[in-house]
Write a protein that binds this ligand. Structure first.
Ligand code: SAH
Length: 211
């Protein structure tokens, strides 16, 4: 079920859906998505679908992980510092950690963060910093990121995330409630430029933290 052939089939599907970045595709082929799921669901790890990780949250669909990562690599090619909002299982974090220098990731549900930390440590990732906090406020006011990726949808782009976007930095974030759109915001010399990417379905960006 977690065989090489099953993984290759997933990669083929991502290509058919328009993912072109070979580094993203190669990395997703070699990253064990099943490790980021509870055992009862691990046999479904290489289906192109989102899957439950507890606490009403989901591990993002592989296509959307690939798409968001590809957007960051295309529009912020020299990015080193990357902020992720919504660590969840840690799978997207692992993909980012394989492509960018230093990943900072915020999660509001402590038990999810604990599990993600354990998995990322076991898999040997050393360039990931995790924080239990409300991602509406980004990482901290005195830090700026070349790229920010949110795996949860607010109603509008939080100002704090824009404040933490470095010059030429790129934010990729789903926006909306019942109907959501993936948007990309670039911090250009002329100000923030927003581009709508495609309709998506994410869990909501909630306020506060849970122990
Ligand atoms: N990329 C993750 C996605 C998990 S779902 C994965 O593939 O596993 C989105 C995550 O965002 C959930 O874990 C949820 O708890 C978290 N989240 C929601 N609102 C948040 C907030 N305000 N701050 C930090 N994390 C938040």
């Amino acid at each position: 079920m977690t065989s090489q052939r099953t993984r290759q089939r997933l990669i083929q599907r991502l290509i058919e859906q328009g993912i072109k970045d070979t580094q993203v595709l190669t990395l997703m082929e070699s990253t064990p998505r099943h490790i980021f799921l509870d055992e009862a669901l691990s046999h479904r790890a290489y289906e192109d679908t989102s899957l439950p990780i507890g606490f009403g949250q989901t591990l993002s669909q592989p296509y959307i992980v690939a798409r968001m990562t590809e957007l960051l690599r295309t529009h912020a090619p020299d990015a080193q510092l990357v902020l992720e909002i919504g660590t969840g299982s840690g799978y997207q974090t692992a993909i980012l950690a394989g492509l960018f220098e230093q990943i900072y990731s915020v999660e509001r549900i402590k038990p999810l963060q604990d599990k993600a930390r354990k998995r990322l440590t076991e898999l040997g990732y050393r360039n990931v910093m995790l924080k239990h906090a409300d991602g509406h406020f980004g990482w901290s006011q005195d830090k700026q990121f070349d790229a920010i990726l949110s795996a949860a949808a607010p109603r509008q782009v939080p100002q704090e995330l824009l404040d933490q976007l470095a010059p030429n930095g790129v934010l990729v974030i789903p926006i909306g409630e019942a109907s959501q759109t993936l948007v990309m915001v670039k911090n250009t010399d002329e100000g923030f430029v927003t581009t709508e990417i495609e309709p998506v379905k994410f869990v909501p960006l909630l306020g506060g933290t849970t122990r």
